[in-house]
Design a protein around this ligand. Structure first.
Ligand SMILES: CCCCCCCCCC(=O)SCCNC(=O)CCNC(=O)[C@H](O)C(C)(C)COP(=O)(O)OP(=O)(O)OC[C@H]1O[C@@H](n2cnc3c(N)ncnc32)[C@H](O)[C@@H]1OP(=O)(O)O
Length: 274
């Protein structure tokens, strides 16, 4: 479904190696371009590849999302969410493809202020075979500010986080369909991580290392299509705006084929006393 846009170059190799080092520092995982298994030697090969993202109409992957590998930069085509309203961009695809971005795997174990262990719903009790089988969180990083999304309907938003997930067959409501409450949980968590990203990259706090917690004040989910048991999917979280202690996000859940299964909006409020 998606096409890889790959070319070889020395400069790209240098960039990829630098990126690889940076990735390693964050302990994130990477993704290869095609289906099938990959050995360790491919890490080296991948470092020699420059990846050029197609500007639009490419979902994160048609490949199994399980094909992530440690310490390899994720270089993955991504859906251009603005494309439907952005027809005049069609003439500029060649230029657009020169901008890029990648994702950093976030490690729940590196977040001290949350209970990301046995007591956590997603990483604890509901984690496992038949339940939430995968919930891998990635922070989007821009290679170039030029890739920042254009305004849509007068307001801008940008993708902050994606979650690569799969749900088994033990979390249903109706037979064969994942319970809507579970999907709401998956959204809630994803937007919590988006807040965590923003907290580290913005100057909202006098002391950025201060663990200021935000809680969900409001979460709305529209269920657009049944998310069937055993499905893989991707949640994409977008930051919309901030008003004082209030931070607004929107999100969507895509099937691995790129179909929108659900979308959500979310208000996080930074607590006063933490
Ligand atoms: C990296 C790790 C990632 C981990 C992710 C974990 C994600 C998990 C997220 C959760 O599930 S958190 C658990 C569920 N949520 C809660 O338990 C929150 C319970 N509610 C509260 O603690 C308080 O109601 C809250 C902190 C949200 C607000 O209390 P405040 O006393 O700070 O609010 P205040 O009354 O001062 O209002 C501040 C502003 O927020 C607005 N507001 C408050 N509650 C609202 C609400 N529910 N909806 C919309 N707006 C709301 C309020 O109108 C006002 O707007 P303005 O500033 O414009 O005047």
């Amino acid at each position: 479904m998606m096409q890889s846009h790959i070319r070889q170059s020395g400069a790209a190799a240098a960039a990829a190696v630098a990126l690889f080092s940076y990735c390693t520092a964050f302990g994130r995982e990477g993704k290869k371009e095609e289906n099938g298994s990959v050995g360790v030697h491919h890490l080296v090969a991948a470092a020699l590849v420059e990846w050029r993202p197609p500007r639009r109409h490419a979902a994160i992957s048609s490949a199994p999302l399980t094909s992530f590998y440690p310490n390899l930069a994720i270089c993955e085509p991504i859906r251009d969410v603005e494309s439907d309203n952005d027809d005049d961009d069609d003439d500029n695809d060649d230029n657009d493809s020169d901008v890029g971005f990648y994702y950093l795997r976030m490690n729940p174990k590196e977040v001290e202020r949350t209970s990301l262990s046995d007591s956590h719903a997603i990483f604890g009790a509901l984690s496992g075979t038949g339940m939430i089988e995968r919930y891998d969180i990635y922070r989007r990083v821009l290679d170039d500010v030029a890739v920042e999304r254009k305004p849509r309907g007068g307001s801008s938003r940008r993708e902050v986080v994606i979650v690569n997930l799969s749900v088994g067959d033990k979390l249903n409501g109706h037979g064969g369909i994942v319970h809507g409450g579970i999907l709401s949980l998956l959204f809630d968590e994803a937007m919590g991580w988006a807040y965590e990203c923003l907290r580290h990259e913005d100057d909202w706090l006098d002391d950025p290392s201060s663990p200021v917690t935000a809680v969900t004040a409001n979460l709305t989910v529209d269920f657009r299509a049944p998310f069937v048991e055993g499905s893989e999917g991707v949640i994409r979280v977008y930051h919309d705006e901030r008003k004082g202690r209030k931070i607004y996000f929107t999100a969507k859940l895509e099937s691995k084929d790129g179909e929108e299964m659900a979308k959500g909006s979310f208000l996080a409020i930074r607590m006063k006393y933490l």
